[in-house]
Design a protein around this ligand. Structure first.
Ligand code: ES4
Ligand code: ZN
Length: 327
């Protein structure tokens, strides 16, 4: 059944979206042309045909290649603005947007160029779309902690332009504790803390994200259900899990949406919410994720829908009084 019009239009918060993962093939080609770059794909369709992934790493390889067309401030603005317009159409009234500075600074793009382009799109969304949008700086976990520390220091002139830090990229072999010092530094700076954990990695990575990094949300976290003591802790602390159903299917975390554990996460009393992760690569934006879940998972009912939307605001980093108005 189609997503009820009410749910489609209902206000919601999106808290797990990589802005580089919102770069649609059409925009990749347009930016490549604008910047005089040639792509190893003949057409938009040829590029999209390459979006067949077997795991997280096979996706990341093509995701970093796609992001390589971003050079000028305007490129970052155009990417973020396209996402924000699509999010607003899905009823998103608040977005906490991940960006990966190291992907761009490694190609010689100055930190200020990328942050200022993203910031301009966020400000325009507030003014023209009634959508509050804030930024979360993510460290690439396949790189060293020293590189993460240098990235945080390089971003400090724009400290007012991001509300927190996160941890993404290749999870297996790069446990949260590898980034203990940089998260402690971010915490001392008053930044919010989140980390990807329990997407491909084991429950132990969720434990160390909580205990060593002291994160306030877990991104993905779907493998937490393998560990009953962890589930009890997550429920007791109302620790949010930013679940990304279509992402999990495209990256083969679950075989099909019908086998996704979203109903079990909610029924365990966890503060789970639905997000799009990398919508240009995984086949849909926020309402597509919700719609396909409700279609494939008969265990989900109206109460779950309400819970997911309520959780999205509860888990956000907006001020408590604004949260109460939404919930
Ligand atoms: C990501 Cl799905 C996912 N997992 C980890 N890191 C990422 N970066 C962008 N998408
Ligand atoms: Zn993600």
């Amino acid at each position: 059944s189609a997503l009820p019009a009410l749910l489609r239009a209902a206000p919601k918060a999106e808290l797990h979206i990589h802005i580089e993962g919102s770069l649609e093939p059409e925009l990749i080609f347009r930016l490549a042309q604008r910047n005089g770059l040639s792509l190893p794909y003949a057409s938009v369709d040829a590029l999209r045909a390459a979006y067949a992934f077997s795991d997280l790493q096979s996706f990341l390889d093509i995701y970093y290649a796609g992001a390589s067309v971003l050079l000028q401030e305007q490129d970052f603005f155009d990417m973020a603005w396209a996402y924000l317009e699509r999010a607003a159409a899905d009823g998103v009234v608040h977005a906490e947007i991940f960006f990966d500075p190291q992907t761009h600074t490694a190609r010689g793009v100055p930190m200020g160029t990328l942050i200022q382009g993203l910031r301009r799109a966020c400000r325009r969304a507030e003014a023209e779309l009634g959508l509050s949008a804030v930024l979360i700086l993510c460290f690439l976990r396949h790189l060293s902690e020293d590189e993460a520390l240098a990235t945080l220091e390089a971003a400090l002139p724009w400290r007012a332009d991001f509300i927190g830090v996160g941890l993404d990229s290749s999870e297996l072999g790069h446990p949260p504790e590898k980034f203990a010092r940089v998260f402690a530094r971010a915490r001392a700076l008053g930044l919010h803390l989140v980390a990807h954990a329990g997407e491909e990695g084991p429950p132990a990575y969720v434990w160390s994200a909580l205990d060593v990094l002291k994160v306030q949300r877990i991104d993905h976290g779907v493998r937490s259900l393998e560990d009953a003591a962890l589930v009890a802790r997550l429920a007791a602390e109302r620790m949010p899990l930013t679940v990304c159903p279509l992402s999990n299917i495209k990256l083969c975390v679950f075989k099909s949406l019908a086998e996704h554990n979203l109903p079990a996460l909610l029924d365990a009393g966890l503060c789970a919410l639905v997000n799009s992760d990398d919508p240009a690569y995984f086949g849909g934006y926020l309402n597509d994720n919700l719609e396909q879940c409700f279609e494939a998972l008969p265990a989900l009912h109206g109460g779950h829908a309400w819970q997911l939307l309520s959780n999205s605001f509860e888990a956000s980093f907006v001020a408590p009084e604004r949260k109460r108005r939404w919930q």
